[in-house]
Design a protein. Structure first.
Length: 171
């Protein structure tokens, strides 16, 4: 059950990061006739980390930023729906106690629903990434692969780099 809860929490955080990016990508000089490069990074996850935060390191043109913003804006309603469903499942589990006669049935239902949501989230995220990938230049794609590899190699302590609290001191 704990690993399921961790997956749901991680999914909620990923959805939140996507929504943060979708809401906050800045577009500079959208009416410019010549492509300009901006160094302003679009916001990433809650603390500037995560796989979606690396797009800001690719020196996107204003046109690329506009395209990526449109991709995230189009995906936002479905991501919000997945997030809301995952939250509802989490609340259902939190409101059910093990001594409830229907506990096993509720756990099974929530587990199945979470599996379906995880599949939908993975599909949605891969579609978003494919659309963004189509906007990038060959150089940016190479940079992205390098940045993703660096991000994947970092040790991740808990969610979003938070370490668990230290154990209580022995007396």
């Amino acid at each position: 059950m704990t690993s399921n809860r961790k997956r749901v929490t991680a999914g909620l955080l990923a959805c939140g990061a996507l929504l943060t990016v979708a809401a906050g990508i800045s577009i500079t000089s959208a009416q410019s006739t010549t492509p300009t490069t901006t160094t302003a990074a679009p916001p990433a996850g809650p603390h500037g980390h995560g796989p979606w935060g690396i797009y800001g390191k690719l020196n996107l043109t204003s046109e690329q930023q506009a395209s990526i913003k449109a991709i995230f804006t189009a995906a936002k309603p479905q991501m919000q729906s997945l997030h809301a469903q995952a939250k509802a499942n989490h609340l259902k589990m939190m409101q059910t106690t093990p001594d409830d006669p229907n506990y096993a049935t509720i756990v099974a239902e929530v587990a199945q629903a979470n599996a379906t949501l995880a599949s939908q989230r993975t599909t949605q995220e891969s579609e978003i990434k494919a659309q963004i990938y189509a906007v990038l230049t060959a150089t940016q794609k190479t940079q992205l692969a390098t940045l993703e590899a660096q991000w994947a190699d970092k040790p991740h302590h808990g969610h979003w780099g938070h370490r668990p609290p230290p154990p209580p001191a022995a007396e």
